[in-house]
Design a protein around this ligand. Structure first.
Ligand SMILES: [Zn+2]
Length: 599
């Protein structure tokens, strides 16, 4: 672990996050921060902030956030290790790169996953109920074996005991994501009483698992392994290890949403498939697919979530010069159900008539707006132009504009002029936002909205801004971690345990906890003057610390009242003074005396 931390620290100490981000999006200074339109989601008003002081970015629109490493990782679709490597090369930062060490680290995670896979498979054979789940969905024995399907026992520790018995230590099991550690130190199996879908990388090595409840009595129908050094969700596609040769053969791939859809298609002979596991396609996934084919057919649910994921995938594909086709399932069934009820011939016939992305987009927009009214037409045109923005070559844009003008019955020349104007504008629009009111975004509301105690959030921000071991120690002897609610108990627990409260460190500590990371980065870029939290300067940190400790004690009932009241009480009791004006005088004298004593 030392090796990872050292490299992380080296990268963080020798790079400038603002300089890197500037290469991707133009940044504009606002107070102590920079802001821009978020490169990770579509927006018109910039809610993406970069703090050069804390070397952190955070988007109040989509929650993306982190250090330069997380930015580089995400924008390029890399794994954590690839991002470290890439940045070290880019900026010539020598990292103590140790191939053996890294390979060893990863190899152990692969072998833990292989052992877990075997265990889950053997449990499936013993558990009639779980096996029935697959049989009821018409999966054959061969298919169950081919996809390595398994079962996690209804037990808190059976996998942990099995893997401990094989010699794997808890620390490593936690890193693999198969075991979770509670703040009390106890550990338990992540997957319990679920059928298991192993997630294999393109070479067939197990890198993660998905689990589905059998009885349907959980809020979380599906759960997945968290991101680990060997599992980067946005970088892989489910089923590709088996389907890649069929994709190359057919020179076409059907992108599906889930495990069961993919497995059922495969069993029914539709083998040129891959599944995204419920998210929009990432640039990394698209690059991976492009190695096998450029002909991509998205097979998606017609529900709102499905359509919105598809729209985002479409934009990403267009950016990579791929014009996708789309097949929206309208039968209110998923592909697995259609195959079981109507057979593969029926489904293949349906799949053979997908819409082009252009037709799909227009159909969707025509359903939303009245194309016969001028206002409706304008809306459709502006949304279509938004889609065209993602296309790189002007010839294609001109061709599509022609089709759009015919479809909506508007003059081509006028429309093309508008398209060119809009697209040009979009590329420089961030620079044109000089006059925009910087106060329009109340980005900071995010921080206090979630029902957390304001005082504890202020303390956390103080620690993130200016935490040093001395201050951390002061709060440690004041705050009882078990009095806090989640996730504050986890965050304060980590800070008190390690004596470190820098955002770069905390992001690494909570590497698998997206929500905590978002909270930390949002606090780190939170700026004053926008009804946010106060700004903490090194010179006022001590005063503020003492003030917060008093407030916290009062809140927890550890102090009867505030300091002044205690003083007044002592004046009344000891000096026998009752006149308010004289009490005021006494107070001032005491303050002066105290000041003299300090000096
Ligand atoms: Zn964003």
């Amino acid at each position: 672990l030392n090796y990872q931390e050292n490299n992380r620290d080296k990268i963080l100490a020798n790079t400038d996050i603002a300089r890197l981000i500037q290469e991707y999006v133009p940044l504009k200074r606002t107070g102590t921060n920079f802001r821009a339109n978020c490169p990770f989601h579509k927006e018109k008003t910039p809610s993406f902030f970069v703090s050069p002081a804390k070397q952190i970015f955070h988007c109040f629109g989509c929650g993306a956030g982190g250090t330069i490493i997380e930015f580089y990782q995400r924008i390029n679709g890399l794994t954590y290790f690839e991002a470290i490597k890439g940045l070290s090369e880019k900026y010539g930062i020598p990292i103590t790169f140790n191939d053996k060490y890294e390979t060893g680290e990863k190899e152990e995670l692969y072998s833990i996953n292989s052992s877990a896979l075997e265990f889950y498979k053997s449990e499936l054979k013993k558990n009639r109920n779980a096996y029935k789940y697959f049989l009821e969905r018409s999966l054959s024995d061969d298919t169950i074996v081919l996809f390595g399907l398994g079962y996690a026992l209804d037990s808190w520790n059976s996998l942990k005991y099995e893997l401990n018995r094989k010699g794997y230590k808890d620390e490593k099991l936690i890193e693999s994501g198969l075991i979770i550690r509670k703040e009390t130190g106890e550990t338990y199996d992540r997957f319990r009483n679920r059928v298991i879908f192993p997630i294999l990388d393109i070479t067939g090595k197990p890198i993660a698992f998905g689990g589905r409840v059998i009885n349907g009595d959980s809020d979380f129908k599906y759960i997945n392994s968290p991101e680990t050094p060997i599992y980067h969700k946005g970088g892989m596609l489910y089923g590709l290890n088996l389907s890649k040769k069929y994709i190359t053969e057919a020179d076409k791939v059907y992108i599906l949403e889930g495990y069961m859809d993919l497995i059922t298609c495969y069993q029914f002979g539709i083998k040129n498939v891959a599944a995204t596991l419920g998210t929009a396609l990432t640039p990394a996934q698209i690059k991976l697919l492009s190695r096998f084919t450029k002909n991509i057919v998205m097979v998606y649910d017609g529900d709102a979530a499905g359509v919105s994921a598809m729209w985002r995938s479409m934009e990403k594909l267009l950016e990579q010069d791929i014009f996708p086709e789309i097949y929206v399932i309208e039968d209110d069934m998923d592909p697995a159900e259609i195959l079981l009820l109507k057979g593969s011939e029926y489904f293949l016939k349906k799949l053979s008539k997908p819409l082009s992305f252009f037709e799909f987009g227009l159909k969707k927009l025509r359903a939303e707006h009245n194309a016969n009214s001028l206002a409706g037409k304008k809306k459709i045109i502006s949304e279509m132009i938004n889609l065209f923005r993602h296309i790189k070559d002007i010839v294609s844009i001109s061709e599509l504009t022609k089709r759009l003008s015919e479809n909506l019955n508007v003059d081509f020349d006028a429309l093309f002029l508008e398209v060119k104007k809009q697209i040009k504008l979009s590329k420089s629009e961030i620079g044109n936002r000089e006059n925009e009111d910087a106060e329009t975004i109340s980005s900071n509301n995010f921080v206090l909205k979630d029902g957390f105690s304001e005082l504890e959030m202020k303390i956390l921000k103080l620690l993130i801004d200016n935490g040093n071991p001395e201050i951390i120690e002061k709060f440690k002897s004041t705050i009882v971690v078990s009095d806090l609610t989640e996730p504050l108990n986890l965050i304060f627990g980590a800070i008190f345990e390690t004596g470190n409260s820098s955002p770069g460190f905390l992001l690494d500590y909570f590497a698998n906890e997206k929500e905590i990371q978002t909270l930390i980065t949002s606090l780190a870029v939170d700026s004053p003057n926008q009804n946010g939290l106060p700004e903490y300067m090194p010179e006022n940190t001590d005063t503020v610390t003492n003030d917060y400790i008093n407030q916290y004690n009062i809140k927890m009932g550890k102090a009867d009242s505030n300091e002044t009241f205690q003083k007044i009480k002592s004046i009344v009791m000891n000096d026998g003074e009752c006149d308010p004006i004289l009490i005021q005088k006494h107070l001032e004298n005491k303050r002066n005396l105290k000041q003299v004593a300090v000096n």
